[in-house]
Design a protein around this ligand. Structure first.
Ligand SMILES: Cc1cc2nc3c(=O)[nH]c(=O)nc-3n(C[C@H](O)[C@H](O)[C@H](O)COP(=O)(O)OP(=O)(O)OC[C@H]3O[C@@H](n4cnc5c(N)ncnc54)[C@H](O)[C@@H]3O)c2cc1C
Length: 409
């Protein structure tokens, strides 16, 4: 059975890996001319169940070896003493099996796990899909036309497959009222393996060190009273917007903004969720951010992408002779996880981008106190918060009896 996957970042390669293990023939089309792996981009998290999927793929050691090494964070505020947070103890307590890794590094590990068993088509994109009930005819930008048994959109928050099959993004995008900007710069703050942040009402900014490049990555999260209007393809316009928002901020922001113009990996987007109620139609489905982005940087999207891709492959394998019913079973299996994960972004946003002076005062103190609690108490707190509840809401199914051939690498 031939499966076309659009998008080669996290969900796409995880899905391709497992589909191959179950005897399917995966093809991945990725619009960038080469794999977007490497040391650019942002740091993402794998929590418990996603880490378990990586272990089942035999990739945990490679992921751990590539992890970021940020173990402490200092939060500064205007007129208050800095607060130091022991992140390693925090993660050890609240989320066993947690790893933080640059998205490009994670993609590299996943690409290495699939490159010999998956057909990769780089620098191309789907232009049309026609599902006739027995298969899907696909046209590509390159002019090629092919037929697949199934097509899966794993092409992120601004998914192309979703637009072609489920409609325009505007109708399903739920802005959470914040914005996010990230870019690389020289190590101007001398952070090493530390993260330094500055907190004020509606603002969190700072940087963290990237040990693999010796550079630092500037990060800005902010809330605005009204939605900002900008062209999502126009990086210069977005840089000007960021500059305007933080022009008079003070602190170390002028040092960070000095490197904005020369940043070639600048990322800017609204912190929004994708709120579709269904992720499958006939022989076409969505996975990861394409289907249910829980909001970048604040929603646990990477773990969700890994776990849902694993479940999608398993449900397709279980319903082998009837792919549409496999897709419906996938939707049923992940619905609770997706529903609960929608609660993560708004809560995390409220706690990391303070809405008032009280939150500016209390948030760092609370964050610094948690790692000092006994591990069992930290685990209880994690189990009660939105991220912990969502990610543990669906026991990871065991599809091992469905695997067909050992992975060909
Ligand atoms: C700045 C930032 C910080 C973040 N921080 C965190 C964090 O701390 N923790 C966390 O868990 N998550 C974080 N996230 C979210 C995380 O990156 C996503 O949830 C995760 O990458 C989702 O994986 P995905 O494979 O579904 O989609 P993506 O990683 O978005 O990948 C989509 C892929 O599809 C490709 N594509 C797009 N359009 C097309 C097309 N037309 N044709 C073919 N291919 C296409 C893209 O090039 C890309 O390779 C952050 C995101 C951002 C932007």
């Amino acid at each position: 059975m031939k499966v076309l996957i659009s998008g080669a970042s996290v969900a796409g390669p995880v899905l391709a890996y497992w589909l191959h293990r179950y005897g399917f023939e995966p093809t991945i089309v990725e619009r960038t001319p080469a794999m977007r792996h490497g040391l650019g981009g942002h740091a993402v998290d794998l929590f418990g169940p996603a880490s378990e999927v990586a272990r089942r793929m035999g990739r945990w050691d490679a992921i751990e070896a590539a992890r970021t090494r940020i173990e402490s964070m200092t939060i500064e505020r205007f007129g208050k003493r800095p607060v130091h947070i022991d992140l390693s103890r925090l993660y050890a307590g609240i989320a066993s099996g947690h790893v933080e890794i640059l998205r490009g590094e994670l993609t590299k590990v996943l690409y290495d796990a699939t490159r010999d068993s998956t057909e990769y088509l780089f620098g191309d994109s789907i232009t049309s899909l026609n599902d006739d009930g027995a298969g899907v005819d696909v046209s590509f930008e390159s002019g090629e036309e092919r037929r697949f048994d199934l097509v899966i959109g794993a092409d992120g928050m601004h998914s192309n497959v979703r637009r072609l099959v489920f409609g325009p993004e505007e109708s399903m995008r739920r802005p959470l009222g914040g914005y996010l900007a990230v870019y690389s710069m020289p190590a101007v703050l001398g952070l090493g393996d530390r993260m330094l942040g500055h907190l004020s009402v509606d603002r969190l900014c700072g940087a963290y060190g990237v040990h693999q490049t010796g550079q630092e990555r500037a990060t800005f999260l902010f809330r605005t009273p009204h939605e900002l209007r900008y062209d999502y393809r126009d990086k210069d316009e977005q840089k000007a917007l960021l500059r305007k928002e933080f022009r008079d901020y003070g602190w170390k922001v002028p040092q960070l903004l000095e490197h904005l113009d020369s940043a070639d990996d600048f990322y800017f987007d609204s912190i929004s969720q994708i709120t579709l109620d269904t992720w499958q139609r006939g022989r076409i489905a969505l996975v990861g951010d394409a289907g249910f982005c829980p909001a970048p940087a604040v929603g646990g999207g990477t773990s969700l992408a890994v776990v849902t891709a694993y479940i999608l492959a398993g449900e397709l394998a279980a319903a082998r002779s009837d792919p549409p019913s496999g897709l419906r079973n996938y939707e049923r299996a992940i619905r609770r996880l997706v529903d609960l994960s929608r609660g993560i972004g708004p809560r995390v946003m409220r706690s990391i981008i303070p809405t008032g002076p009280g939150a500016v005062r209390l948030m760092p103190i609370a964050a610094a106190a948690v790692p000092k609690l006994p591990i069992a108490v930290q685990r209880f707190i994690w189990s009660q918060n939105a991220a912990g509840k969502a990610l543990t809401s669906v026991p990871l199914p065991d599809y091992s009896d469905l695997t067909r051939a050992p992975r060909a690498v």
